[in-house]
Structure formats: C-alpha cells, structure tokens
Write a protein that binds this ligand. Structure first.
Ligand code: AMP
Ligand code: GLY
Length: 424
C-alpha cells in the first residue's frame, strides 16, 4: 500500500514510525512532514490546509490510504473531499469533526445522549452570559465556542475574571469567529486522562489508557500547552473505569453521532476529568492526541495499518488491539518561552545519541533542516519516548534519552509519569 500522512508533528512521526513496521506498506508520503519523518517517508511540500492539493497528490500518486493527523484539515472537510472522489481517508467528515470544532455542538450531543459532562450554558449575548455567571458563582470555566488553538479556555477563579473573559471573547473578539459564542461551564476537580477509540462510524476499538501533562511547569503549574509529556497505561483509569468509559461515553457518542446523521469515522479522543470513582467528559477531539500518540504507538503490538484502513472503509471488524506488556513515557522537549513566543533556528544536539539507546525513540515535531543540521522550528520541538517493563523504568529511559539532547534554552518537565507512581 501507498500511504499519505497529513501533518508534521510528533504525532505524525509516531504514526509513520509505527506504520513503517507494517508488512502491508510499500511507501509512505507525508505532507508537510519534518526532518525526522523524512528518514521514513517521502516529504511532500503541501500545507495541511491545502485540501485540493492533497487530493490531487493522492490521486496522482496512487495513494491507497490517507491518514490525517491534525484537526484543521478535518474541520475544512478533507474527509468529505476524498470520499467524494472515491479515495480512502482515515478521519471524520467536516460535520462529524464539529465534535471538536464546536463546543456547543459537543455539549448538546452529550446532553441529548446522557453522556456525563460538566453543567453548562451557551451564550451569544454578553448580558445573559454575565447574569448566568453571577448566578452560578466562581470558580467557573469560560470557553470560546470554536477552535482557539487550546487557548480559548479560561479557568476563572472569580466572577470578575469570568466576566472579563466573556468581554474579551464576545465584545473584543479575542478569538475571532471562534468566539462568536461562549460556553460557560461548571468547574470540575480531579485528575485528567485521555481516552482514545478507533471507529468506523458504528463499531469501536478502544486503545489503552493514557495521560497527558498539559501545564508547562512541574506539578501542573503555569499556563496550558499542547501537552508536555504523556504515558501509557494510566493507572487513574482503573479496569472498572475503562469499561464504564467505553459503555457510558464512547459507544453512546458514536451511536449518537450516527443517529444525528453525522457518523463519526476515525479516532475519537475523549478528554476526561476523573474524580474518585467517577468521571465527566471535558471535551472531544477529532484526532489522535499529541503527545499521547507517541507512548501509545510505542506500546501497540497490533498492525496499525489494517485498523486505519478498516475505519476509513466503514468495515471495522477487529474487536481488540494487542499491546506490548510494557509502560511507555514520552517527555516533550520545548523551546524557551513556549507556550508564549519562542526563538527558532537553534541547533539541536544529541538526537542520534538518544535514539541509540535501547528502548528509546525520539519523535520530531518543531524541527527544520538548515545547512545539514537539525534546528528548532516550533514550540514543542521533540518528544522522547522510553519504554520498559515498569513505569519507573520507562521514566528513567525517557529522561535518559532526553538528558542527551540539548539546545539553547531547551525546557522540559521533570515530573512526567509521577502521577502514575503515586497511584501504585
Ligand atoms: P478543553 O479545551 O475544553 O479540554 O479545556 C482545556 C483544559 O482546560 C482542559 O484540559 C482542563 O485542564 C481545563 N478545563 C476545561 N474545562 C474544565 C472544567 N469544566 N473544569 C476544570 N477544568 C477544565
Ligand atoms: N495532548 C492533547 C491534545 O492533543 O490535544
């Protein structure tokens, strides 16, 4: 098979690393990719939002399956375009991607199908939103309705802060059209987990549990990022919770999407808040998590390619994935200043030395090639995943690799995986 992967981050590098091990694969292309990916796939200089360009490339290059990493092309309808042209693509339609693209769409679905989530209300009028905030009190959560690159969520500790957030979103247009409407939501306490399931629109195939680390600094301090590290399995998701998440969230979400006439094909990402024996859905994403994909794919034993193809074709018959009986931990290495403005173009040292370690794999994200050297080109630059029999040993592997890598101002969290250790 010829495969085209759309994207160029750590998630796509990990997907390609895994698919390259499949005996079914002849050649992998990646648009736009990155220098790490170029060792495994042929890079195609097309942007992820160039839907027509990607479609034409797939047609002209006999691509058997296109796998979409990030949400942007999905919300732009890449799946609809490919399917209309008779090409197999892994990822949801534009209508189904609203599960990520519109918070009010996902909230309405959860309410209608009794999927546990925080109490909420959506507003387009400032005064009604303010009245609701005053009635509910603080802490309270204010979210821009549309895609805001993870920055559209304000965890307000006071009523005044919540009102200021509403003003920024609705009156000052801080998030553009993504902020034409606000969702105001109950503040949830607990520990977050990321739950993933492959689906063909009807049948589901859940993945192993995982946990991300959203904040930039150790002990979950500082602003939210795209994710600073992840591990799998996540002991916060006990076997009992795992079963309940499948039956009370994943299956009703997929059934509900089908009943609404917007069947969801691809990978469903459920962000959960877990508090003791209970959980609520924080959000859905229409794509694989990054960095979660990195440790998950390093643990996956099953061949990924037939699973993705079956989802794309609406004929998923596999009912269980096989996993290596080991833990995997990914530590993200980020540029100084991230998640705010950061410099680019710093030369990175030590990637090969880290990759030479047994049980360590470096996935590249924000990197570029300059004069034959790999330099920084993004906020999250690399992910170093280590695997071993236990989570302690996997943490040591990942940090053993990360400590061999350096550039000017490189930052990483030092406590990835500690929550898992505390739960044993
Ligand atoms: P979201 O994009 O909706 O997942 O929100 C981003 C992050 O904000 C989540 O990963 C949580 O850390 C936090 N968050 C979102 N909603 C809530 C909530 N209702 N209560 C507490 N924290 C939340
Ligand atoms: N790591 C969380 C995400 O991919 O959104």
């Amino acid at each position: 098979m010829n495969i085209l992967v759309v994207g160029g981050g750590g998630r796509e590098h990990a997907l390609i690393w895994k698919m390259a091990q499949s005996p079914l694969v002849k050649k992998i292309f990646c648009a736009p990719g990155n220098p790490g990916i170029s060792e495994l796939a042929q890079l195609v200089p097309l942007a992820v939002d160039d839907i027509e360009g990607l479609y034409n490339f797939a047609r002209e290059n006999a691509i058997d399956l296109t796998v979409v990493g990030p949400e942007l092309p999905l919300t732009l309808g890449i799946a609809d375009r490919f399917r209309a042209g008779g090409l197999d693509l892994f990822g949801p339609s534009e209508a189904a991607a609203q599960l990520e693209g519109s918070k009010s769409f996902s909230k309405d679905l959860m309410l209608k199908y009794s999927i546990p989530t925080a109490a909420y209300a959506a507003f387009t009028e400032r005064d009604a939103a303010v009245a609701y905030i005053k009635e509910q009190g603080a802490p309270i959560v204010v979210k821009a309705d549309g895609l805001a690159a993870g920055k559209g969520v304000i965890l307000a500790q006071t009523v005044a802060e919540a009102i200021a957030a509403v003003d920024e979103i609705l009156l000052q247009g801080k998030f553009g059209a993504a902020g034409d409407s606000v969702v105001i939501e109950e503040f949830l306490y607990g520990e977050e987990a990321s739950f993933f399931a492959f689906t063909d629109g009807k049948n589901i195939l859940p993945l192993a549990s995982a946990q991300d680390h959203k904040q930039i600094f150790d002990a979950d301090q500082g602003p939210n990022t795209g994710g600073m590290g992840a591990y799998s399995p996540a002991p916060v998701v006990t076997d009992a919770l795992y079963e309940r998440i499948v039956t009370e969230v994943v299956q009703p979400t997929i059934d509900g999407m089908a009943a609404e006439g917007t069947p969801y094909q691809g990978i469903l990402f459920v962000g959960l808040m877990i508090d003791g024996g209970d959980f609520k859905v924080l959000e859905y994403n229409a794509r694989f998590g990054d960095p979660e994909a990195q440790p998950l794919l390093c643990r996956m034993k099953s061949d990924l390619v037939p699973v993705l193809q079956a989802c794309a074709r609406g004929e998923l018959t596999v009912s269980e994935l096989e996993w290596h009986d080991r833990a995997a931990v990914c530590v993200v290495l980020a540029a100084s200043g991230y998640p705010d403005a950061y410099p680019k173009g710093d030369e990175i040292h030590g990637i090969d030395a880290a990759n030479a370690l047994e049980g360590v794999q470096v996935f590249q994200a924000g990197t570029a090639l300059r004069d034959g050297k790999i330099v920084t080109a993004g906020g999250r630059v690399l992910g170093v995943t280590g695997w071993a029999e236990t989570i302690e040993a996997a943490i040591q592997k990942a940090y053993g690799g990360a400590d061999l890598i350096s550039w000017n101002g490189m930052q990483m969290r030092r406590d990835i995986g500690q929550k898992a250790l505390r739960r044993r």
